[in-house]
Design a protein around this ligand. Sequence first.
Ligand code: MSP
Length: 624
Amino acid sequence: MKFYITTPIYYVNSDPHVGSAYTTIVADIIARYKRMMGYDVFFLTGTDEHGQKILQAANAVGKDPQSFCDQLASRFKSLWEKLDITNDYFIRTTDPEHMKVVQYFVKKMLENGDIYKGEYHGWYCVPCESYWNEDEIGTDKLCPSCGRELKYISEENYFFRLSKYTNALLEHYRRNPEFVQPDFRKNEMLKILESGLKDLSITRTTFKWGVPMPEDPEHVIYVWVDALINYVSAIGYPSDVERFNRYWPADLHLIGKEINRFHSIVWPAMLMSVGLPLPKMIFAHGWLTVDGQKISKSLGNAINPTYFVEKYGNDVLRFYLLRDINFGKDGDFSEKNLINRLNSDLANDYGNLLHRTLAMIQKHYSSVLPAPSKYDEVDEKFKDDVLSRIKEYTELMDEYSLTQAIEKILEILMLANKYFDEKRPWVLAKEKDFSNLGTVLYNVCESLLKVAVMFSPIMPNSSQEVLNRLGYDSKPSSEVLSRWGVLKPMAKIIHSKPLFEKVEIVQQKESEPKVENLIELDEFKKVELRVAKVLSAERVPKSDKLIRLELDVGELGKRQIVAGIAKYYEPENLVGKSIVIVANLKPAKLMGVESQGMLLAAKDGVNLRILTVDGEIAPGATIS
Ligand code: MSP
């Protein structure tokens, strides 16, 4: 059986953040789960590289759009590698093959009479690359989706007869109640459909960064039409019939809620127009805020997922995102909550149980897994409870209730901890009751094996580690979940360091990832900071701000610097101080006096204090 899953293709106008990572991680979890359950999975992600927004972003940094996109696309790719994303293909809309398919697709729509030329007058949001009708926006002319200013445009465009498909779409929704999920998102789409659709402008003439319209290259195809077609071009439409037929229709388009209309209305209508089957399901998940704020560059709180991966490990980030944010709903990302989940769910309930159990097997059975003996009522109940939670887990995973599925795994851990405490294996050991002790330890290990397998789509690395420690040398599989007693007695276990390290919450650290303009150490190293001794100082004539300083910079010789500090210092008080200067700044003239560097000073809006060194140090000393 096949399973084709996609993420949105991400705009490359800026670096990926924790929001884009969220969708990709969720898709990866589902893809891994389906593979584990025996499906032939095709998992697609990629980048959306055309349109006005990308062009503007490239222009803003003085780059040609293609090399700008190349650079950004590779940043997305390398982040996905860091996050252990197992996509089978990465599509870019600037791939020439994709561009040809877009033209082919649009030509088919044209041939089918679904595209006509007309005049577009109306409002456009460049950041969302979306058109809005007059009745959808208020008098302030702000984008109903992102709240930014709309642009009035008036151009000759090609239009797609979207209106024609209103009834066919309603009918499709009626026949396929799971077409759009969750239900409350489906209802939002039904409202739009019930109020009737307007035709959609699908070309632009005011810029060239896009796929040219077949036979009318003055027009470029609207970025959304171009982008949506990626879902079929990536699997070989129309030339690789075999591959395309194998994977199409997609089983799941996973998207964020703000682009539901494009996926659940525009895309199905486009597919109907060319006569292709519709995707089986579109799942629109909620949005993440960060510490209660919308993720946005301008707000300066775009969060870099790499920071969390490096600090806590990839598994922890993935677990946290699914555990703490109820999948489907909006949710808030906070480092503090991540640490709490790590400490309680992972380090305590999971890692600690593994640690206690394997420590006892090491001590009392020389690291060889004991065989269970006769089960009493408590053992039987524990086994049945675990197996029933596993069943619930698979049902929940199958309907994409991912957060609830994780809760089932955590319930097993709770049961296993309770079982361990009730059975008091340390007492059994003291009493040398090795038959009952072996049963308890075996059962806990068996439950931990199940937990590791259930966690494996979410936390692949730690799951593999647990499998190794339990002496289980096959891959995680559905077989492990189907019956009790998978672990082989006599297997060699490995008792090792804690699976998850606990982390203390340090308040001030929380703000670290919010710094938007992070630089590399190499960039900082370009600034040459030195200690300089003030030899003399005087006011610059006719200036009430400037002081000229004669400095001794050791091996760099004598320098003069002009600084705007006259309101805060008397020149004579500066003489003899060891201050900090930027020694490799290009010289500049201030009030006709050359300044060969810059001194460092701290300002708080009221006061200004120059930076000095703490104690004696030679002039010219380097600072790092
Ligand atoms: N390029 C279009 C999609 C075309 S698909 C044919 C686009 N790109 S985007 O870069 O803006 O990415 C949008 C997707 O990123 C969202 O749909 C969502 O999946 C994810 N997210 C971006 N910000 C997010 C949050 N703050 N929270 C959760 N997901 C977010 O739209």
